[in-house]
Design a binder for this molecule. Structure first.
Ligand code: 6PG
Length: 233
């Protein structure tokens, strides 16, 4: 499996705030271009905590929100209103603050359980591919979305039921690396000293889940100083 590391544009920023601001600028520009070219913009949101500040920034921009379509890269198998749901974080920081039509926001039905939710979501995303933009984070072990080390995935399965995830909760749903790469552009948001080891391994070409994803077009890593491995030039 070839690492995507050599295909990435690494953008070094000073702080998490710089990542949030730059990410919002990138998403805004990509959205405008997609809407000009194709009349709509499909965005896959990353989960976890890093993107929250970027989503809050995004909520302040002027955009043709009626033409935005929102998907999720992964979800935790928790009730829809659970504070640890990725869909709840996105709603609180962005989706409750902008007028994207409700039927254009597509949360992963992970409350139905990993298998059922994955089956339903694979039908939901089928007509949306390729996505215009996918946002992703990276975990300290090199996972991304809910694709974890030592977890097998099949290219034939576009949306994966995940069990025994090392990052709680154990049961999750994730777009596969093939599906996540089925996009025109991809941006990783990487912040904090906890990510240094995973970033170093990624740069070294280690076979990590984050290394598996290759977009159809440009892929960029927005990374702050804290997340860069020591002694990086
Ligand atoms: C999740 C996320 C996960 C996240 C990374 C980084 O559901 O947990 O999708 O892949 O992006 O674990 O998380 P932080 O941004 O909180 O460091």
């Amino acid at each position: 499996m070839m690492s995507n590391c050599t295909l990435l544009r690494w953008t070094h920023l000073e702080s998490a705030e710089d990542i949030a601001r730059t990410a919002a600028e990138r998403v805004s520009r990509i959205a405008q271009h997609a809407i000009t070219e194709r009349g709509c913009f499909s965005l896959v949101l990353a989960g976890g905590s890093t993107p929250a500040a970027a989503y809050a920034q995004l909520a302040t921009i002027k955009a043709d929100w009626q033409r935005w379509h929102i998907y999720f890269g992964d979800e935790r198998c928790l009730p829809t209103d659970h504070p640890e749901r990725n869909s709840r974080m996105a709603a609180e920081t962005l989706l409750s603050k902008v007028p994207i039509p409700a039927d254009q926001i597509h949360p992963i039905p992970a409350e139905l359980g990993a298998e059922r939710g994955a089956e339903l979501y694979s039908k939901t995303i089928h007509s949306a591919l390729p996505f215009d933009l996918v946002l992703l984070g990276i975990g300290e072990d090199g996972h991304t979305a809910s694709l974890f080390p030592d977890h097998e995935e099949s290219a034939a399965t576009p949306v994966i039921a995940v069990h025994q995830a090392p990052k709680p909760p154990a049961d999750r749903i994730s777009l596969s690396s093939t599906t996540l790469g089925n996009c025109r552009q991809l941006i990783y948001l990487v912040s904090g000293t906890g990510k240094q080891t995973a970033v170093h391994r990624w740069m070294e070409g280690d076979p990590l889940p984050v290394s598996r994803i290759q977009s159809m077009g440009e892929s960029e890593v927005l990374i702050d100083r804290d997340a860069m491995p020591a002694n990086t030039p």
